[in-house]
Design a protein around this ligand. Structure first.
Ligand code: VGL
Ligand code: ZN
Length: 225
């Protein structure tokens, strides 16, 4: 399955029970960064437009930041004989290892230039436990430890979340699946996300699973006030 083959919903109107989640729009994930996602920088203007719409209606807007300690166990550099993108399955880590990225307080962990974050109601950092990765904005990769986002959104009366950002096959994918698990309706904004594409079937598997779990897909031009 390719991104182009995904069935798209029609117009969607933003209601008072909606939140927008912008995932990991950080320097290391765009061209020039250490874990670059092809065209990751191209979605910035569209994300700014979309946050403007959610800001106008005073809906919650949450930005996440991947936020790792220097010696994070998802980094290939932590292991003597591993290279970035080598497979490794360990509790809370994998299925592959990464180049060092989004180290706390570094340029690579900062939001990408031009991304309008002034409208954020919450900036949520994840992946700060040394031995557990956190692709999802809701649950760390042990699938037990919560980030607190579900409770935050429930407290605000949110029932549906729109998700965009990086990367489609990792953090966006895991975020939408967990959002659904926590009982939210989920809409993925397909033109405002890009994929890592490693290993080679990562996008295919992510899209298949998302479709199976009733995730809705739209393009940002169809999201109306
Ligand atoms: C991500 C790999 C490692 C992501 C984060 O934001 O999708 N991918 N850490
Ligand atoms: Zn990471």
């Amino acid at each position: 399955m390719q991104i182009e083959e995904v069935e798209l919903a029609g117009f969607v109107k933003i209601t008072s029970k909606d939140a927008l989640l912008v995932v990991d729009m950080q320097n290391d994930f765009v061209p020039g960064g250490t874990l670059p996602v092809a065209d990751g920088d191209q979605i910035v203007p569209g994300i700014n437009d979309l946050t403007d719409r959610f800001h106008q209606t005073e809906n919650p807007i949450i930005f996440t930041q991947d936020w790792h300690p220097v010696d994070h166990h998802s980094f290939a550099s932590t292991y003597p004989e591993k290279e970035p993108y080598d497979p490794l399955e360990a509790p809370g880590i994998g299925p592959i290892l990464w180049p060092d990225h989004c180290v706390q307080g570094t340029h690579g962990a900062n939001f990408v230039p031009g991304l309008q974050t002034a409208n954020a109601t919450l900036i949520l950092r994840k992946g700060f436990h040394k031995t557990i990765d956190s692709y999802s904005a809701f649950l760390e990769n042990d699938k037990i430890t919560e980030t607190g986002l579900s409770t935050f959104l429930q407290t605000l009366g949110i029932e549906r979340i729109f998700v965009c950002g990086l990367a489609l096959d990792y953090c966006v994918y895991n975020t939408v699946i967990d959002a659904k698990k926590f009982g939210f309706d989920v809409i993925t904004v397909l033109d405002l996300t890009k994929a890592v594409n490693a290993p080679e079937d990562s996008v295919l598997n992510a899209l298949k699973d998302m479709i199976e779990k009733d995730i809705v897909f739209v393009t940002s031009d169809k999201i109306l006030l």
